[in-house]
Design a protein around this ligand. Sequence first.
Ligand code: ADP
Ligand code: ADP
Length: 208
Amino acid sequence: MKGSIVLFGPPGAGKGTQATRIVEYTSKPQVSTGDMLRAALSNGTELGLEAKSFMEAGELVPDGVILRLISERLKMDDARNGVLFDGFPRTIAQAEELAKIAEVSAVISIQVPDDSIVQRIVGRRMDPETGEIFHVDFKPAPESIVNRLVQRKDDNESTVRNRLKAYHEQTSPLATWYDNQGLLIRVNGEQTIKQVGDEIFSQMFSVR
Ligand code: ADP
Ligand code: ADP
């Protein structure tokens, strides 16, 4: 498939989880603005400092900061055949800017109701060595690595309410925006991880 693919959905919908399989199949690199912002933060860059208070409050980081990150990333060699965006774009303004610099071929919308989101976010854990995402109930990590798992600072119940609010107010209108362009593919995110992946693959690539 030519161009870039967007993984779209509320926080905790399973975008990062599904990205791994799509990256393997398409060879497009995953571009996660959340991961890039967390890296900038832990490296103490100026951009990281600009983003910090917004991330900790569960608010969206200003469009200008995000677009600076993305335009730099898309200049890299591995992005020339398109990328898999995860968590970007999150506002109509971001999508409009993206349309000027890259071609979007499909937008996969993973649909999960708010009630399930809180449970997913609060139970999320990450392996800092491999980046693999686990869940205390839904995707338990092997015993041998449980001790090294980390929890994101913003993955708590009060922040997640703000993140959901930001999603409904600023991000979800993008679904209609992309649907009007015939690019939106809707997937039921309230199935097992394997079933969600299978639905993405049958709709996107006609394979399972
Ligand atoms: P996002 O990237 O959209 O924020 P993640 O992929 O990090 O979401 O998933 C959020 C949490 O929910 C993780 O702990 C993950 O293991 C879990 N998860 C992902 N997909 C499913 C699913 N289909 N069913 C149950 N839990 C899931
Ligand atoms: P999740 O999918 O669990 O919401 P992300 O890792 O995608 O988490 O994002 C974490 C935080 O980083 C967001 O709450 C927001 O503050 C910031 N962020 C990430 N991507 C964007 C974006 N495209 N626009 C604005 N803020 C962003």
